[in-house]
Write a protein that binds this ligand. Structure first.
Ligand code: PLP
Length: 389
């Protein structure tokens, strides 16, 4: 007998656009080609040594071998509060306004279930991180896309959202520094989002996973909670993944409205567990210890960005200069579909880049490159691409 049919939720997911490209990538590697991947947003830099050694100590402590608290230890939440206070000047009550997460993806995926029922709407940026829309669908709701276009500096046009959609919407997602466009939102935009959310009774979900990866010290990304009145109707996700090169460790936290934090905590308590205690202990070291490791990562990405920006300019390609996050969002030359261009770059230049269409329909006509390889490989990748243009 066959297995039972899979859920409508699974079937509601859009086709995986990268699947074919991924198959081709594996085929090129199988032929022995030296493939350079500028595809995945995963730092190549190691976790700083003082955080690794805090983990080495912590892992031997039997107190951490039991089930961890669902919400995060008091020490971890206090460390997160201290980090947020120092970096953004925002005061938080660790017990009520902070929740530990097993990566911000976990928080983003789970929080829908606290607000979204069938027929409810979440407003999601497009192009964007696909989890916002897929988790909305899993929760039975509808993701209404807010296009991010170059003419509007990759900010959604809130005025363009139809009245009936505003009425049915419960959540509005924002993600600055933005993946995939690598832009920062100005304060004026964040103020508009707060006023819009207030007028339409929305919860703001701010994905701030890239807050510490920026290029200009005079233009540091903000937290939505810096806007007066925002805390009461926002939940913001922060992650140690990109800040401290800890993607594999799975550690993050949510901050914001005590009601929203409590609701997400309730979901987690019912079907999830907390972060491994030893990882929380190492995360305390990361958040409260010396931050020069983060400045060093920024310096490395800045150098790589400058190399890529000059190479793309020499190739005559058009792009927005990245302000933050480790991506570059580039226009596909010659008006061809992004998937065709990326396939040809893979097959002829053996470089993996990501077609913009994979992030949403407004991403068509663009491709994304990551800055997560060393300068030598980056230069080599650029040379190879230049060779086939
Ligand atoms: N948000 C954005 C915009 C991302 O690009 C990613 C990962 O690439 C995440 C969240 C998830 O990060 P993590 O779950 O590692 O905290």
């Amino acid at each position: 007998m066959p297995l039972p049919s899979q859920s409508n939720k699974i079937r509601s997911l859009p086709p995986y656009l990268f699947a074919e490209l991924d198959r081709k990538r594996r085929a090129v590697i199988a032929k022995g080609a030296d493939v350079i991947s500028l595809g995945i947003g995963d730092p190549d830099l190691p976790t700083p040594a003082h955080i690794v050694s805090a983990m080495q100590q912590a892992v031997t402590n039997p107190a951490y071998h039991t089930y961890p608290s669902y919400n995060g230890s008091t020490e971890y939440r206090q460390a997160a509060a201290a980090f947020v206070k120092k970096r953004f000047g925002v005061e938080l009550e660790p017990e009520r306004e902070i929740l530990g997460l097993i990566g911000s993806k976990e928080g983003l995926a789970n929080l829908q279930f606290a607000w979204i029922d069938a027929g409810d709407i979440a407003l999601v940026p497009e192009p964007g991180y696909t989890v916002y829309a897929s988790s909305t669908r899993f929760a039975g709701g509808t993701a209404v896309e807010m296009p991010l276009v170059e003419q509007n500096r990759y900010l959604p046009d809130l005025e363009a959202i139809a009245p009936d959609i505003r009425q049915r919407a419960k959540l509005i997602y924002i993600n600055y520094p933005n993946n995939p466009t690598a832009t920062i939102a100005p304060r004026s935009f964040l103020e508009k989002v707060v006023a819009f959310a207030e007028a339409h009774s929305l919860l703001i979900v701010s994905d701030n996973a890239y807050s510490e990866i920026y290029y200009d010290d005079q233009q540091r990304p903000m937290s939505i909670l810096q806007i007066p009145g925002a805390k009461a109707r926002s939940i913001e996700l922060h992650s140690l993944s990109k800040t401290y090169n800890m993607t594999g460790w799975r550690v993050a936290f949510a901050i914001g409205s005590a009601e929203a934090i409590g609701a997400l905590g309730k979901i987690k308590t019912n079907w999830d567990s907390g972060i491994f205690g030893a990882i929380q202990s190492a995360a305390v070291t990361a958040l409260t210890g010396p931050q020069d490791c983060v400045a060093q990562s920024r310096q490395i990405y800045r150098q790589r960005r400058d190399i890529l920006v000059s190479a793309l300019t020499r190739m005559g390609l058009s792009f927005t200069i990245p302000e933050a996050a480790f991506y570059v969002w580039v226009k596909v030359p010659g008006g061809q579909p992004s998937i065709n261009f990326c396939t040809s770059v893979l097959e002829k230049a053996h470089v993996v880049i990501t077609p913009g269409i994979g992030f949403g329909k407004s991403g068509e006509g663009y491709f994304r490159m990551t800055l997560t390889v060393n300068t030598e490989r980056l230069k080599e990748a650029c040379e190879r691409i230049r060779g086939i243009l």
